[in-house]
Design a protein around this ligand. Structure first.
Ligand code: HEC
Length: 194
């Protein structure tokens, strides 16, 4: 009798355990994974900032002058980039070097290298100032782009940069890039029987 009771008890315990487990399993499969959270449109907008630099598609509204850019540069950029962007403790010159690409002593600056001026806007908006990226307004980024282009002698001192005027700036190295058309550099999409 005693062993019978024990067996019944054990069975009851098993049933309870199984029921308990069953609940736990069905709960865990019905729940969603507990990581991440839905992204808001506002959060997404901060990342959705690509620009097609060849024709300026995606450049935002806003505008800025060379003078505004000069004042901002003195506050937020000069510590790393030096006076008039001629080079500082963190980075070399961002001015000049135009034409140096045909010599062995190439000097890489936005003025000498970038084929399209909207690259400058995109770079500054994404990354600068290095200690606080994406803290600048679009007007401020246009102004800083204007200042750096002016320092490179590519736009006049009274120029105003916005989506249209920035796209129109003719960069000296526009045609200096060579398309790499060696066959092994071309990836052809193949979706079946490749
Ligand atoms: C804390 C230092 C620091 C500050 C402040 C800073 N930069 Fe920079 N910047 C850098 C460094 C370092 C690089 C090079 C990054 C690399 O090559 O990966 C750079 C690169 C750049 C470039 C690309 C240059 C090129 O030759 O292609 C631009 C344009 C630029 N910075 C603009 C700015 C502007 C405008 C500001 C002010 C709003 C600013 N930076 C503030 C450190 C800084």
């Amino acid at each position: 009798m005693r062993s019978c009771n024990l067996a019944a008890g054990a069975l009851a315990a098993l049933v309870v355990t199984a029921l308990g487990l069953g609940t736990a399993v069905s709960q865990s499969t019905s729940r969603k994974p507990h990581f991440g959270k839905p992204i808001s449109q506002a959060d997404l907008a901060a990342w959705d900032i690509d620009i097609r630099t060849s024709d300026g598609k995606g450049l935002p509204q806003g505008k800025g002058t060379v003078a505004e850019g000069k004042a901002l540069f003195a506050q937020q950029c000069v510590a790393c980039h030096g006076d008039a962007a001629k080079g500082g403790p963190m980075y070399g010159s961002m001015v000049g070097g135009i034409g140096s690409f045909t010599t062995n002593a190439r000097v890489l600056t936005p003025g000498s290298m970038y084929p399209y001026a909207p690259i400058l806007f995109d770079y500054i908006r994404r990354t600068m100032p290095m200690t606080a990226p994406q803290s600048l307004t679009n007007d401020q980024v246009y102004a800083l782009s204007a200042y750096i282009l002016n320092l490179n002698g590519l736009i006049a001192e009274n120029a105003v940069m916005d989506a249209a005027s920035l796209t129109k700036v003719m960069m000296p190295n526009r045609n200096g890039f060579v398309v790499d058309n060696r066959p092994d550099t071309t990836a052809k999409r193949c979706m079946a029987n490749c």
